[in-house]
Design a binder for this molecule. Structure first.
Ligand SMILES: NC(=O)c1ccc[n+]([C@@H]2O[C@H](COP(=O)([O-])OP(=O)(O)OC[C@H]3O[C@@H](n4cnc5c(N)ncnc54)[C@H](OP(=O)(O)O)[C@@H]3O)[C@@H](O)[C@H]2O)c1
Length: 291
């Protein structure tokens, strides 16, 4: 397949590009934010038309990901996550190309106590979640051949530069600076490696089973458990103080429970992703933090 990756400089985008480059059968066209701004419809249409007919699928990893900042900058979040998604999906739809939109567990309100299914009713609590849910809808409307992939708590080698690091790199930095580390211990989710996620997305787009797929690691934990596990594996002698979501007082509301069920993948007879413990171990090994 010939696959364009939009937002290819990010954590997930760069792992997708790396994997496609390693394939013998697929070809990748990577577009960083600098190469292609998804909010510019003319630019998006021109790029896709120039590649067509040698373009089979577009994976949209471009996103405004600063969840708290989105509360003060809703226009910016919606411009990238919704209008940018619409531009990409509309251009794909016109050319009959498959379109993949990467979405989030934050489309849910967290009131469930069992894993969210693909067909559960979304009810975002934050501007970021609402902008991603709009991106899902506009992708569905713009491109019949769409895949919507919901994931959570991503960590990858590229390290989420837009946010100043992903959660794991932020924890390691705070520890190295000797700062007190207080971490939320009442939000449950499934931390997911972008490398594992990228592999599954590349498999998913061979199935032609369009619609929503939840793709996350096996298992679940709180941010406090994740930080403690990272420090345990890296031998970081630093106490992680558990605090509540209310004590932390983030600007954006987050779901207290956002574990995603994998019924969609199971229906396709897909293997599950590794457990988050194994994914974090492999990530720290690749970063050179552990052997
Ligand atoms: N990170 C998480 O924990 C998480 C959890 C659930 C779902 N997701 C979703 O998963 C996807 C991938 O996340 P990620 O962690 O890989 O994010 P990331 O590392 O921040 O990558 C996002 C990329 O999008 C680019 N971008 C921003 N605005 C753009 C625009 N207007 N046009 C083109 N590119 C633009 C960014 O470039 P610049 O940095 O140069 O602006 C960045 O390279 C996103 O859709 C996100 O919403 C993430």
């Amino acid at each position: 397949m010939n696959i364009a990756v939009i937002g290819s400089g990010g954590q997930l985008g760069s792992d997708l590009v790396k994997l496609i480059n390693q394939s013998n059968t697929d070809k990748v066209y990577p577009f960083t934010h600098q190469d292609l701004d998804c909010t510019n419809l003319d630019a998006v249409q021109t790029v896709f038309q120039n590649l067509w007919p040698n373009l089979d699928a577009v994976i949209n990893c471009a996103a405004y990901v600063r969840v708290d900042d989105a509360e003060d900058n809703p226009e910016d979040a919606f411009l990238v996550n919704a209008i940018g998604a619409k531009n990409i999906a509309d251009a794909c739809g016109t050319l009959d190309i498959e379109c993949v939109y990467i979405s989030t567990d934050y489309v849910f309100d967290g009131t469930k106590t069992t894993p969210y299914r693909e067909d559960d009713e979304p009810q975002p609590l934050s501007t970021y979640g609402a902008s991603k849910l709009s991106g899902e809808a506009l992708t569905r409307i713009g491109c019949e051949k769409h895949y919507i992939v919901r994931c959570s708590g991503l960590f990858g080698i590229a390290g989420a530069s837009g946010k100043g690091g992903n959660f794991i790199t932020t924890m390691l930095r705070l520890a190295s600076e000797g700062q007190e580390i207080r971490v939320v211990a009442d939000q449950l989710f499934s931390p997911t490696s972008t490398s594992d996620l990228a592999k599954k997305i590349l498999w998913l787009i061979t199935t032609r089973q369009y619609g929503i797929s939840n793709i996350t690691s096996q298992g679940e934990c709180t941010w406090h458990e994740l930080a403690s596990f990272v420090f345990e594996l890296t031998g970081t002698q630093k106490k992680v103080l558990p605090i509540s979501t209310n004590e932390y007082g983030a600007k954006a509301k987050r779901p207290l429970y956002s574990v995603l069920g994998h019924e969609g993948l199971q229906k396709l007879n897909a293997d599950d992703l590794p457990h988050w413990h194994d994914a974090v171990h492999e990530y720290l090994r690749l970063r050179g933090d552990i052997r």
